[in-house]
Design a protein around this ligand. Structure first.
Ligand code: G6Q
Length: 547
């Protein structure tokens, strides 16, 4: 049934060698490795286009890295990568190809699903989206009272919200006069607060749902349409509502005109769909030129990932390092800290991509697995995070490998703010690795004229053990192109980890379960008679109904 290689990773020779290597190396610190390995810094840095990726500050010796690369080879990663890029149905449990990469391909080679080359269709739909976006941005498209559109509201959730919202926010600098908003939660207060701010005469609503069956999106779209019709005639729907979906029938039933529908394909997973028509809000907010640059950057990272040898391959290296901590050091989570407010929602966006894709406990043979998979991802923007959870990363009992992402140039002319910002980033990675020794702490305290007794008391609290691992991604500038490449980098990291853990990364049965459950309890809340549940659930339902 599988189109991917199928290996229990723990049975591979490299895995066994890595276990041994862990036992032998666990007392060696990162600083020890800098002492013993010549040229460690240069050897553990990959420079690709505008990206400078330094992974030298890791508990990773040359030998460990070699073993991790062996693991990738023994798991047949290169064969898996080819299957991924060439339209094999690697989303086996849904019997679909996984081709978000086709949406940003340079079109030089055909990409087939079955025997159908999808590239001409991808280009045609993209062209339609660009023509539409230009009409909205230029003001040629009018609302029902003849005014141009100045506000867009994306109605969607999960993959139909997080990516577009994160990218639109990240590219705010490149934005035009359109104000973008995002409504996702089924909680009615979410859209009610928004409706206070917008004018129906100048707002365009994008109803975005791959399946067009999602409770939250349909409920929000229905309520917003009702609100719209309190001031506008039914005929105005055509000027103010467009839809993005694979489900053309359901859209028709909802009342959106066929001309206002942007199709998408089932071979694009929700959490990987910002590159498709699901990214219409991005395309409107920053314009087709910048949207195209976003795609180009992702496409460039795709080619880097597909064609670079594993030891120079950024997504592969970051995936292997993460496996080293997750499966051998027992690290339970990873932090992601982008040093820019523009990317403040990158960690939340990656939480979905990473945890929904690789949060699986059954292997490709349908068997429960006895090794760790999906890492827990969390984070926030720096330097804010330094004043919040960094304490735990520096001195807590948990091992938290952290990705630091920074940009050399700021987008505005900001005086010395950028130096201040990036100096913090660099200093944090240095401090996490080097720590602060007892000797240094004592010397510092002595300078403060403290008594020997006080110095003895305070010293243990001020010592930093160091040896805390980080990757640093220093990128020249936050452009649409570099953002596309950065997101694609993490998408491919997800893929590599899924291959090595021998799981299916592209289904999401846990999410589907939520969709199923929502409707079953809803009928209990809305009807007199309730269905059979456990005592706790029954009590909660009754408690809610009493209000
Ligand atoms: C993403 C998930 C999920 C999905 C939402 C919205 O990969 O499948 O987050 O995107 O549940 O689904 P629809 O786009 O079908 O409304």
């Amino acid at each position: 049934m599988t189109t991917l290689p199928n290996h229990n990773p723990t049975q591979l020779a490299a895995w066994k060698a890595l276990k041994k290597q862990f036992d032998e190396q666990k007392e060696t610190t990162i600083l020890d490795l800098f002492e013993s390995e010549t040229d460690r810094q240069a050897k553990c840095t990959v420079i690709w286009e505008d990206f400078y990726v330094d992974y030298s500050k890791n508990r990773l010796s040359e030998k460990t890295l070699a073993l991790l690369l062996d693991l990738a080879a023994q798991a047949e990663l290169p064969r898996a990568i080819e299957a991924y890029f060439t339209g094999a149905r690697i989303n086996v449990t849904e019997d679909r190809a996984v081709l978000h990469t086709a949406l940003r391909s340079d079109g030089k080679e055909p990409i087939s699903v079955g025997d159908h080359n999808v590239i001409p269709d991808v280009n045609a739909v993209k062209e339609e989206m660009y023509v539409f976006a230009e009409k909205i941005i230029s003001g040629a498209w009018k609302g029902y009272t003849g005014k141009a559109i100045d506000t867009i509201v994306n109605i969607g959730i999960g993959g139909s919200d997080l990516g577009p919202a994160m990218v639109t926010e990240a590219l705010e600098f490149y934005g035009n006069h359109l104000t973008p908003y995002f409504v996702s939660n089924v909680e009615g207060d979410h859209h009610k607060e928004l409706l206070k701010k917008i004018d129906p005469e100048t707002t365009l609503f994008l109803v975005v749902s791959k399946t067009f069956t999602t409770q939250e999106t349909l409920a929000n779209a229905t309520s917003i349409r009702q609100w719209f019709l309190t001031s506008a005639p039914e005929s105005a729907i055509a000027q103010h509502f467009v839809a993005v979906s694979t489900n053309l029938e359901k859209i028709k039933a909802f009342g959106i005109a066929a001309d206002n529908v942007f199709p998408m394909n089932d071979w694009v997973g929700g959490r990987f769909s910002l590159w498709s028509t699901v990214g219409l809000s991005i395309c409107l907010a920053v314009g087709p030129k910048h949207f195209e640059e976003l795609l180009e950057g992702a496409g460039a990272m795709d080619r880097h990932f597909r064609h670079s040898p594993a030891e120079q391959n950024i997504p592969t290296l970051l995936a292997l390092i993460s496996i080293w901590y997750n499966n051998f050091w027992g690290a339970e989570s990873e932090a992601i800290v982008p040093y820019t407010q523009y990317l403040r929602n990158l960690p939340a966006y990656l939480q979905q991509g990473i945890m929904e894709s690789n949060g699986k406990g059954v292997d490709r043979n349908g068997q429960p697995i006895d090794y760790q998979t999906g890492t827990i991802i969390w984070g926030a923007s720096g330097t804010n995070a330094q004043h919040a959870f960094f304490q735990l990363i520096h001195q807590g009992t948990k091992l938290i490998p952290t990705d630091f992402i920074g940009f050399k140039e700021s987008l505005h002319d900001t005086g010395d703010h950028q130096e201040k910002l990036i100096s913090n980033l660099i200093a944090q990675t240095e401090a996490l690795m080097c720590g602060k020794t007892e000797k240094t702490v004592r010397e510092e305290l002595k300078k403060n004229d403290l008594s020997p007794k006080t110095i003895d008391q305070l010293t243990p609290f001020k010592v930093f053990s160091g040896n805390r691992p980080t990757n640093t991604l220093l990128i020249n500038k936050l452009t649409p192109y570099n953002l596309g490449a950065l997101i694609a980098l993490y998408e491919h990291k997800i893929f590599v980890q899924g291959v090595l853990w021998n799981i299916y990364s592209y289904d999401q049965w846990g999410v589907e379960l939520g969709k199923q459950l929502a409707n079953s309890v809803l009928s209990d809340l809305q009807n007199e008679k309730i269905n059979q549940h456990d005592p706790s659930t029954t009590a909660l339902i009754n408690r809610y109904k009493k209000h």
